[in-house]
Design a protein around this ligand. Structure first.
Ligand code: FES
Ligand SMILES: [Fe+2]
Length: 421
């Protein structure tokens, strides 16, 4: 033993790290899994879900098949065939359902067994077989699924930003990324790490600018001015608030591209349980109506899928937005390991937090305000469901169209919005 001062803060003897299971784990029977099952979740892009082949996916820890029958009806059923368990991924789509490859049992979009090919008379007792299924609805260019208790099925919400298409507009919901067209873009880490990122604007002032160089397409031209990212002032330019359905932040900045500096506010709202209303950061158009939502859907405890719906008359704008963050001027799949280390982006930052981040090892700071507010609301959501109450944002039919508080606003519009609030 030396007689110098004893070191403090070393890694020795740390307790085993843990994560907040109530916030992150989503399988059947878990608290968060039970809460998320009270909401409709996107499961496929309508346009990409054609009637040629079934698609395999996993949502909330359940292995599912999503398909569209020959009459155009979307369906979601368990992957394992109710007969003897072959995967319906290898099934065939027919006019009135999906037929298993092994012995030819056919199920409709509600799991009814409509034929047993190898049984006499097409299966005189086929009504005893039922493929587990979930209800679906199509809206905004997406297929939504409800995996919760049938007696508590809520109405699929409507959001003002996606209602009432204008002349020439259509819904866009298909990622321009190979393999992600039908069932969304997969990330191989816990859903909450991706969702929390949406209420962590501070990371743009470091990761996407100071650390790795400006990564948003359009910075300084069609997008944000460089001053938007200033990390020395970011703490003073941000405010956070609760909304009717979630949390929002407002980031003040000045655009001085023209002669006169213009005071602007960039507002982002997230709505429970997993919706993000992120405005266009590639083509920043002040006071334009908001027009897009993103969903972060848990696949299982260590994966998630991102879905989006955008209304637009220019599909090119949606594509630019969907691929609007570059690292060293490249798409993620073009980066060498060395480049991803020198120019990290969202994936590197969030994936490296772990399969599920270690919450017991975190040290939260004032700039984590949005994250803290969101976690608090999610805890309340889980508590509500466990106590038999309806969680925030789950409503019966007849609910009004939801207002989404996102966009880029000039000072005049900000005053008007505040006065009207
Ligand atoms: S396992 Fe599907 S029909 Fe037999
Ligand atoms: Fe980011």
């Amino acid at each position: 033993m030396s007689d110098t001062a004893i070191d403090t803060g070393t890694g020795h003897g740390r307790p085993r790290p843990t994560h907040h299971a109530r916030l992150t784990e989503v399988g059947p029977g878990t608290p968060m899994g039970g809460a998320l099952r009270r909401y409709w979740q996107p499961i496929a892009s309508s346009a990409a879900l054609t009637s040629d082949v079934p698609h395999r996916t996993r949502i909330l820890g359940e292995d599912l098949i999503v398909f569209r029958d020959g009459q155009g009806r979307p369906g979601v059923v368990f992957e394992r065939c109710a007969h003897r368990g072959s995967s319906l991924y290898y099934g065939r789509i027919e006019e009135d359902g999906i037929r298993c490859c092994y012995h030819g049992w056919k199920f409709d979009v509600q799991g009814h067994c409509v034929e047993q090919a190898c049984e006499a008379g097409g299966g005189l007792r086929r009504h005893l077989a039922r493929q587990p299924w979930y209800p679906v609805e199509e809206r905004y260019g997406l297929v939504f699924v409800y995996m919760g208790p049938p007696e508590r099925k809520p109405a699929l919400p409507r959001w003002d930003c996606l209602e009432h298409l204008q002349e020439g507009e259509t819904y866009h919901s298909t990622w321009p990324i190979p393999g992600s067209e039908v069932t969304g873009a997969v990330g191989d880490f816990n859903w909450l790490q991706a969702y929390e990122n949406a209420v962590d604007p501070v990371h743009a002032a470091w990761l996407h600018s100071a650390h790795s160089g400006y990564q948003f397409e359009g910075v300084g031209t069609t997008g944000f001015p460089e001053s938007y990212f200033d990390h020395r002032t970011i703490a003073d330019r941000l405010t956070y608030a609760r909304t009717d359905y979630g949390v929002k932040y407002v980031q003040a900045y000045q655009d001085d591209a023209d002669q006169e500096p213009v005071d602007l506010e960039w507002r982002v709202e997230v709505q429970l349980p997993n919706v993000i209303a992120l405005p266009d950061f590639v083509n920043v158009i002040p006071d334009a109506p908001h027009d897009m939502l993103i969903w972060v859907v848990p696949v299982d405890d260590t994966h998630h899928r991102a879905f989006f719906s955008a209304r637009a008359s220019d599909p090119g704008r949606v594509a630019r937005l969907a691929l609007g963050i570059k690292q060293n001027g490249k798409f993620p799949w073009e980066l060498s390991p060395e480049e991803s280390r020198r120019f990290p982006g969202d994936f590197e930052a969030q994936r490296s937090q772990g399969d599920i981040t270690q919450h017991s090892e975190e040290t939260l700071a004032p700039s984590d305000r949005g994250v803290v507010m969101l976690r608090r609301m999610l805890r309340t959501m889980v508590d509500d469901v466990e106590s038999g109450r309806d969680p925030l944002g789950v409503h019966a039919a007849g609910e009004e169209i939801r207002r989404v508080e996102s966009g880029v606003f000039t000072a005049a519009r900000t005053e008007a919005a505040t006065a009207g609030a």
